[in-house]
Design a protein around this ligand. Structure first.
Ligand code: PGA
Length: 254
């Protein structure tokens, strides 16, 4: 049985004191029994990671980075390494988010290198994939996502004993638009992705890998999305920086 997971991607929002305000509200809004049903992750900006981790020392909420670089250290101005994220308290890192692909030119080859680095550094990457609106309109959504998954997972090992990575299906047309994929559209893609994982890693492992949905999740649509067989939770953007919405989404996990 895959445990559900709800992750909040704060994007470039909240300075340090606002981050502490937000995490304290989220923390207060969650009953400890919710963690039996769902893992909860928040991904603040780099400068807020450490203070948020310090705040969460005795909480079950985990913390992730929104990005990292593929190298260990060195002359890469403006970048951050896996080791640094870990030293600040992160267990997870989002990789290949569509905003990284769109505004910062990240491609599958680089994302694959980052995946390798994150995993060998003991971070659990949340690999984002998803088609644009025109790719869906041209009926190329499955092909696009299949290629992204296969390229980003090239030479990446998975394991039965330990979670090595998580996948997030985030259709670009659904991110920040208020138009979410329907549960059926998302389930169709999630089941395709699970099929690819089965091809790559075999049935047992493919059944253990969590596949999140992301794109305009809110407290009204989360229940129906999370009910689907292959939807193991969500990667939440806009609604994750509103404590009340985020906690309602987490509480909607059945
Ligand atoms: P959204 O963002 O929930 O605001 O659509 C999701 C994401 O980008 O991860």
């Amino acid at each position: 049985m895959r445990k559900k997971l709800v992750a909040g991607n704060w994007k470039m929002n909240k300075d340090i004191s606002e981050s502490i305000d937000l995490i304290s509200e989220i923390n207060k809004g969650l009953n400890s029994s919710v963690f039996d049903k769902a893992d909860v992750i928040v991904c603040p900006t780099f400068i807020s990671i450490y203070p948020v981790c310090e705040y969460l020392k005795h909480s079950e909420i985990k913390v992730g980075g929104q990005n990292m670089y593929k190298e260990t250290e060195g002359a890469y101005t403006g970048e951050i390494s896996a080791k640094m994220l870990i030293s600040a308290g992160c267990r997870y890192v989002i990789l290949g988010h569509s905003e990284r692909r769109q505004y910062f030119g990240e491609n599958d080859t680089l994302i694959n290198q980052k995946m390798e680095k994150a995993i060998t550094s003991n971070l659990i990457p949340i690999l984002c994939v998803g088609e644009t609106l025109s790719q869906r309109e041209e009926n190329k959504h499955i092909q696009t996502v299949t290629e992204q998954v296969k390229s980003c997972l090239t030479d990446i090992k998975a394991s039965n004993e330990q979670e090595k990575f998580i996948i997030a299906y985030e259709p670009v047309w659904a991110i920040g638009t208020g138009v979410n994929a329907t549960p059926e559209q998302a389930e169709e893609m999630h089941s395709e992705i699970r099929g690819i994982l089965k091809e790559l890693y075999g049935e047992d492992i493919s059944e253990q890998i969590r596949i999140l949905y992301g794109g305009s999740i809110n407290e009204k649509n989360s229940t129906d999305l999370f009910k689907m067989k292959n939807i193991d939770g969500g990667l939440v953007g806009g609604a994750s920086i509103k404590a009340e919405s985020f906690t309602k989404i987490i509480n909607s996990v059945q």
